[in-house]
Design a protein around this ligand. Structure first.
Ligand code: SF4
Ligand code: SF4
Ligand code: SF4
Length: 290
C-alpha cells in the first residue's frame, strides 16, 4: 500500500497525471476515490475489498472524470483487460492513461465485507484466475499473492446448463430474467458499455420495450450479452450490482466460451489483439450468410 501511495504522490507532484483513480476506505468498506492532490495520496488503499472495476471511469461516457485531466488508474488484471478493451475500441488512447497494475490474489464478493478471503467469501470469478499480474501496465505493484481460494464453481454450473435440453435451459433463463427490474445498474457499471445512447433507450423506432415487462426484459438481456461477446473483461461488476441477483456472470462466461470455441479468442489485456467483433478472417465459417 505504501508503494501505491508513494508512486501516486510522485505522479501527481511531477504533473505526470492530474488524477489517480483508485480505492479508499469508505464508511462501509472499500470504495472508488479520485485523488487530485499529492497530499491526498495516503488515502489510497489496495486489498481484497477493492472489487470495483475502475476502468468504467475512463469511459467517455463519464465526461466529469475526463474533465479532471490525465488519469492514472489502479488496475487489477481483470480491470486491465477492460482498459485494453477501451483502447482497442478507440474509446481512449494508450498515451492518455497511466496504468498502475496490482498483482492480485482474488477479491471478496462484497467490498463492504469484513470477512477474510476464503472459498466462501471470494468473488465467483476469481478461483482459477490465470491472469493475476497485468501486462498492460506502466507500473506493477505488490508481491504475487497466493492464488484465490475456492473451486471454479461457475464453470461447473455452465457445464450443467450446456448439458440441459434447450427447452429446460430456456425455462431456466426465463425464470432468471423474469426478476429483472430494468434498473440498468449492470449497464451503468460496465466499463465496456460505451454507447452514447443505449439501444434499449431508443424509442423511435422502439427496438426493445423499456418497461420491466418480460418481453422487453428477455430482449434486453440477450442484447446485453451479445454486445459483450468477445469484449467482456469478466470483471464481475454487472453480476455484483444486480439488485435481484440475476447470475449475469454465468451468461457472460457462457458467451465468452462460445467466442473462444468459434473464434479462438480469449479476452486479454493486450490492446493490439483483434476482437472477433472488429476483425474479419477469411477462415471464419460464415455459415450464417449461406
Ligand atoms: S478475476 Fe483474477 S484478476 Fe480479477 S479480481 Fe479475481 S483473481 Fe484478481
Ligand atoms: S459485462 Fe459485466 S463482467 Fe463483463 S466487462 Fe461488463 S461489467 Fe464486467
Ligand atoms: S442490474 Fe439486474 S435488475 Fe438491473 S437491469 Fe441489470 S439484470 Fe436487470
Amino acid at each position: 500500500m505504501k508503494e501505491l501511495q508513494e508512486l501516486s504522490r510522485s505522479l501527481l507532484a511531477d504533473g505526470q497525471v492530474n488524477v489517480v483513480i483508485g480505492w479508499e476506505q469508505g464508511p462501509t468498506g472499500a470504495r472508488p476515490v479520485f485523488v487530485t492532490k499529492p497530499e491526498d495520496a495516503d488515502r489510497l488503499i489496495f486489498d481484497q475489498r477493492c472489487v470495483h472495476n475502475l476502468a468504467a471511469y475512463l469511459s467517455p461516457r463519464r465526461p466529469n472524470v475526463g474533465k479532471l485531466g490525465k488519469a492514472a488508474i489502479v488496475a487489477k488484471p481483470c480491470d486491465a483487460k477492460a482498459v485494453a478493451g477501451l483502447i482497442r475500441e478507440s474509446q481512449i488512447k494508450r498515451e492518455d492513461v497511466v496504468v498502475i497494475g496490482v498483482r492480485c490474489g482474488g477479491v471478496l464478493a462484497d467490498p463492504a465485507s469484513k470477512e477474510a478471503l476464503s472459498a466462501e467469501t471470494v468473488s465467483e470469478r476469481c478461483p482459477g484466475c490465470e491472469s493475476r499480474e497485468p501486462t498492460l501496465a506502466d507500473h506493477v505493484l505488490g508481491d504475487m499473492p497466493p492464488p484465490p481460494p475456492g473451486e471454479r464453481r461457475r464453470d461447473a454450473r455452465i457445464d450443467e446448463l450446456e448439458a440441459m435440453p434447450p427447452a429446460e435451459r430456456w425455462a431456466f433463463w426465463q425464470a432468471e430474467f423474469e426478476r429483472c427490474v430494468r434498473c440498468n445498474a449492470c449497464r451503468q457499471v460496465c466499463p465496456l458499455c460505451t454507447c452514447d445512447r443505449c439501444v434499449t433507450e431508443k424509442t423511435q423506432p422502439l427496438w426493445i420495450e423499456s418497461s420491466a415487462h418480460s418481453r422487453g426484459v428477455f430482449a434486453w438481456q440477450l442484447t446485453r450479452a451479445q454486445h459483450h461477446a468477445g469484449r467482456c473483461a469478466d470483471c464481475g461488476e454487472c453480476d455484483r450490482v444486480c439488485p435481484v441477483d440475476i447470475p449475469l456472470g454465468l451468461l457472460n462466461r457462457e458467451v465468452a466460451r462460445i467466442v473462444e470455441r468459434r473464434f479462438g479468442f480469449e479476452m486479454t489485456d493486450d490492446p493490439a489483439a483483434a476482437e472477433p467483433i472488429g476483425a474479419f478472417r477469411m477462415e471464419d465459417e460464415q455459415e450464417f450468410i449461406r
